[in-house]
Design a protein around this ligand. Structure first.
Ligand code: G3H
Ligand code: 13P
Ligand code: ZN
Length: 305
């Protein structure tokens, strides 16, 4: 069934687990998430970025995800990830998204508040949940203390931000970043900062850039020709610690991309005569589904639907 992020995340924060938000941009990824959620009896968030919308087309992507959610026995939401402006958000709300993120993290504090509040005023009367972001997701290695303070979420302003905007969930910057190259050395998140923020705010907190970049996928990709040297993600024990400190939504894109492409490489290498897309993309879907199921177990959302 199709629900909002608020429906999924409020119980998650209260009970101490997290719901995965999985980025999709094609049919196979939607199927992988929906099938994994059903088999794990887990809630799931299906996340669509503006560039995924550009790639697949808003009517296609929204209808495919809605079809998956509405024909499923477990609760799923259709979420706009990193909505960049009011127009994009408005179009997604009109297309039936049940949750939107407005990413004003690049704006000045007052401008971020004003834009987020404008989105909340549009979304809430229509029953659509809103995620906002305070602080910027960027690699923080080799940055000075002053630079880190400028990038990471300021616990002192987080409470004011959520109170004044009325957002339903807050994405925080505590040292993660998007993509497959998160750390050169040891992974290090600012758990003290996260603890302080979650002490101030009882809304569900969101961790972007949370892929773990599993070694087995990198090895499989490399075996079949990928060049991914130095790829490194968030170790699973750190993900678990983040959940214990109030993270209730965890965004995963990179691990799905890696599983998909590693498997496509494997099939093409092992079956050079194959040219039926279903025989190539089917195994890629299965590989993503295993990744999603693993995340659901790790995040504690399995069995919660
Ligand atoms: O922020 C989420 C992504 O990992 C970037 O996705 O390439 O669809 O914009 P995108
Ligand atoms: P990853 O690149 O770590 O998968 O993060 C995805 C994300 O935050 C999408 O919003
Ligand atoms: Zn993100």
């Amino acid at each position: 069934m199709l629900v909002t992020n608020k429906d999924l995340l409020v119980p998650a924060r209260r009970k101490g687990y997290a719901v995965g938000a999985f980025n999709v941009n094609n049919l196979e990824t939607v199927l992988a998430v929906a099938e994994a959620a059903t088999e794990e009896k887990s809630p799931a968030i299906i996340a669509v970025t503006p560039s995924a919308i550009k790639y697949a087309g808003l009517p296609y992507v929204s209808k495919i995800v809605k079809t998956a959610a509405e024909s499923s026995s477990v609760p799923m939401s259709l979420h706009l990830d990193h909505g960049e402006d009011f127009e994009t958000v408005s179009k997604c709300v009109a297309a039936g998204f049940t949750s939107v993120m407005i990413d004003g993290s690049h704006l000045k504090f007052e401008e971020n508040i004003a834009l987020t509040k404008k989105v909340v005023d549009l979304a809430h009367p229509k029953g659509v949940s809103v995620e906002a972001e305070l602080g910027r997701l960027a690699g923080i290695e080799e940055k000075t203390v002053e630079e880190k303070e400028a990038i990471l979420t300021d616990p002192n302003s987080a409470k004011e931000f959520v109170t004044r905007t009325g957002a339903d969930a807050l994405a925080v910057a505590v040292g993660t970043s998007h993509g497959a190259y998160k750390f050169k050395g040891e992974a290090k998140l600012d758990f003290e900062r996260l603890k302080t923020i979650s002490g101030e705010i009882d809304l569900p907190l969101v961790l972007h850039g949370a892929s773990s970049v599993p070694a087995w996928i990198i090895e499989k990709a490399a075996k079949y020709g990928a060049e991914l040297g130095g790829a490194r993600g968030i170790p699973e024990d750190q993900v678990i610690r983040a959940i214990s400190l109030g993270i209730a939504k965890i965004n995963i894109d990179t691990d799905l991309r890696l599983a998909f492409t590693a498997t496509v490489r494997e099939v093409l290498a092992n079956q050079p005569k194959e040219f039926d897309p279903r025989k190539i993309l089917g195994p890629a879907k299965e590989a993503m589904k295993e990744v999603v199921k693993g995340k659901m177990r790790l995040f504690g959302s399995s069995g919660k639907a």
